[in-house]
Design a protein around this ligand. Sequence first.
Ligand code: ZN
Length: 427
Amino acid sequence: MKHPLLARIGTVCLAGALAAGVLAYGLPDLSLPAPGVALSLAPPITVPAWTQQVDTLERGETLSSLLAGAGLPGADIVGALEAAVGFDSRRARAGMPVTVRTFAADTTPSELIFQLAIDRLLHVRRSAQGWASEEVRLPWTTDTIVVSGTIRSNLYEAIDRGAGDNLTPAARAELAWTIADIYEYRVDMSRELREGDALRVLFERSVGPGGAVRVGKVLAARFVLSGEAVEAIRYASASVGGDYFDQTGRSLRAAFLRTPVAFRRISSRFGMRRHPILGTMRRHQGIDYAASSGTPVRAIGDGVVLFAGRKGGYGNVLEIRHRNGFVSRYGHLRGFARSVRRGSRVTIAQTVAYVGSTGLSTAPHLHFEVLVNGVHRNPRVALNQKGGDPIPKRERAEFDGQRAMLVASLDQAVQTPVDVASMEEAP
Ligand SMILES: [Zn+2]
């Protein structure tokens, strides 16, 4: 189907304006890089004036019928699609933008541009030798930004407010997940954050064609949890690999994850409040995580499976024995991961089961318990860890130097405008 506006207007482009033409097709709101940058990606040829229209492949529509509708003769459709290297036209996704361009000297379309991905274009062009294709990558630019926020209800909401216009909604969620992953040995972001906890994070942001935004590496972060600051400083060396360390130089990795359900699996829609089931189970001795059926359940630490099967009100239940008398228990499961049975070894963060609603349960959720030497313990207390291995002594000076640099960047004023509330709340 023709793009309602562009199809009608078309675009007339003059010779020499190839770069702008390549980038502008179908994406009128693009912020264009300097033409010279993009031009280097395109072949150095003289391009005649042309007109173009941008169509979108509809659900159920074939690429051939779209091209025929755009005036491309049958023989050219076959030739062009055969020349489209690495592109299977039968698998073209609905919604894919297709630009059909006709040079001034031609009576039928001379060039087709398929947008394979947000940053990948496949140009298929006709010449005297027939049709030939070339893939063009659109550039991403990377910068480093600081986002700060204060918890009012949950992490998603704090980052939404703190990021303002600097991140797209998808990138904000990605940032929340990335932070939760970095701190997953220290804090259960879905259950343990309190109002007033504050976050500041320095990270790489990539901005791509059409305003797409990706969250790159987090370089440094500081989370103030119940008044206590826990830094996450990225530090990489041959001996420690790439990892995060707190301000005392201890690895954020530890023996146990704080939660068996990854934060990215708990949407902002639910799981942030107490689950209604909680009040209905008598002598409740664990933590409930509301998550949809089939959500992966992770082993909280290395261990050996003690039990995997049905057990009364727990429904399908998994028990894992860890070191130092620790046992973790996961209830109401829909099922177990393959190879998980009594006696099998599991490693930390391995998917061992799936959330369900078996046993005494009225909605899908994970019931999670921790026992130490056979006695129920509050997981929040039992799994509280102050950190993993320290930076090797001989690298300590280097780590301290790198930390000082990153913390200075972390604490500098947020360069790009953020909303007033988060600026005032920044530490
Ligand atoms: Zn429960």
